[in-house]
Write a protein that binds this ligand. Structure first.
Ligand SMILES: [Ca+2]
Ligand SMILES: [Ca+2]
Length: 405
């Protein structure tokens, strides 16, 4: 079969001493070799990303466990290039756990920029669930380190409509509205504009009442219902519900630089928004439809089989969705390297359209690379794994693959 493309991926595993050595080596090499180090450094980020974040209050955030956030963060902790707008009163923009991920917003009632604000609790809780700084040794973790911005609206649908249009015109890819209004055909049109303009997604809360409500299911509004820690439903049901997310007693940031527990679909919606933002950051080329399809394919189907009015397409599964999003990338680099007493395990997501070849080196110099023919391969837990029987002090690995037509 003809080879259409050749891609090379590199990564490394080493003793604790390797990094200072690498730095010294880097200082001695010329320009031509720099790309090797780039490959290596990119993949070191992948290696460290599988660890539990160091945010001390993350143990209060039960939703991360049920959603599989720790697994999802192996793929990405998001990127500040993905913008998420929180349509509400402004949140506390200088909250120590939010400030690093916060950008200036906009007031749809006055038409002015919002550069700073002491914030309101409802919005600050939403902001933290989406993007409280992950792994900053402080407080809690949002779904990822995307960029959040406050967009203030009054109480009218016209305000909300104008706010969504502003978001679409200002590079926002996820709009979160923790407010009633999912019934509105006008907001659906604003959601359509958001999709056309930025391939963005409009997420709204599905409402807290415990009864059936009769809203239409608008295709450009994703309405989120609420589940508890046992995946039991805890909010409104109806034809408008698209997905379910945790929302009962979730722990997040609040005003006065504090943290609090709250319940409501107002908090299920931002969790969904944060997940969508991370999926976009894993592969920014994903379309709005592409991301929604990934969510449908990966959600945990609860209640009646298939889509239903209580859970929609199901309770979101962040881990599975992130893995699916990662598999859509044109280059699935080495995901992780683990060392056991007997062997070194190199894991990556399998692709059926490529032929793999694993290389190994004792040093980072390109001339030292050799194909590793003694490694056996296996599929384990959905990952393709190469097992290198040698466990030395330090080694570098590189995956080369040919894309077959
Ligand atoms: Ca934090
Ligand atoms: Ca179902």
């Amino acid at each position: 079969m003809p080879v259409s493309k050749l891609r090379i991926e590199a990564t490394c595993v080493a003793s604790n001493l390797w990094y200072p050595n690498l730095q010294r080596t880097m200082m001695n090499v010329g320009h031509k070799l720099l790309h090797w180090f780039l490959f290596i450094l990119v993949n070191v980020e992948c290696l460290t990303a599988q660890h539990v974040p160091n945010d001390p209050l993350i143990t209060n955030q039960w939703h991360h466990e049920i959603l599989g956030s720790y697994e999802a963060w192996q793929f990405s902790r998001s990127s500040k290039t993905i913008r998420v707008a929180i349509l509400d009163e402004p949140f506390q923009m200088d909250h120590p756990d939010l400030a690093a991920n916060t950008a200036p917003g906009w007031d749809a009632t006055s038409g002015e920029k919002i550069l700073s604000h002491t914030g309101e609790a409802h919005a600050t809780l939403s902001a933290g669930l989406i993007a409280a700084a992950v792994n900053n040794s402080l407080g809690i973790a949002g779904m990822g380190n995307c960029q959040i911005l406050p967009v203030k609206f009054g109480v009218t649908l016209e305000d909300m409509y104008r706010a969504i249009i502003w978001c679409a015109d200002n590079g926002v890819r996820v709009v979160n509205i923790s407010y009633d209004g999912a019934y509105s055909a006008a907001l659906n049109e604003a959601g359509r504009y958001l999709k056309q303009k930025t391939e963005g997604v409009l997420v709204m809360s599905g409402l807290n009442t415990n009864r059936l409500i009769h809203y239409p299911n608008h295709p450009f509004i994703q309405a989120i219902s609420m589940t508890d820690r046992k995946d039991q439903p805890a909010s409104a049901q109806g034809g408008h519900i698209d997905f379910a997310c945790p929302g009962v007693e979730v722990f997040s940031t609040t005003t006065n630089s504090a943290y609090a527990v709250e319940s409501g679909t107002s908090f299920s919606a931002p969790i969904a928004s944060g997940i969508i933002a991370v999926l976009f950051s894993i592969n920014p080329a994903l379309t709005a439809d592409g991301v929604l399809q990934l969510l449908r394919n990966s959600a945990v189907d609860l209640g009646a089989p298939g889509r239903d009015d209580v859970f929609g397409w199901g309770r979101l599964d962040f881990a599975k969705a992130a893995k699916l999003a990662f598999s859509t990338r044109p280059d699935s680099r080495i995901l992780r390297i683990e060392r056991t007493q007997k062997e070194t395990i190199i894991s990556l997501l399998p692709r059926s359209d490529v032929k793999y070849r694993l290389w190994k080196s004792r040093s980072v110099w390109p001339s030292a690379w050799e194909p590793l023919l003694t490694a056996r391969s296996q599929i384990s837990d959905g990952l393709l794994q190469f097992l290198d029987p040698e466990v030395g002090d330090r080694a570098f690995y590189r995956m080369e693959f040919e894309v077959l037509n």
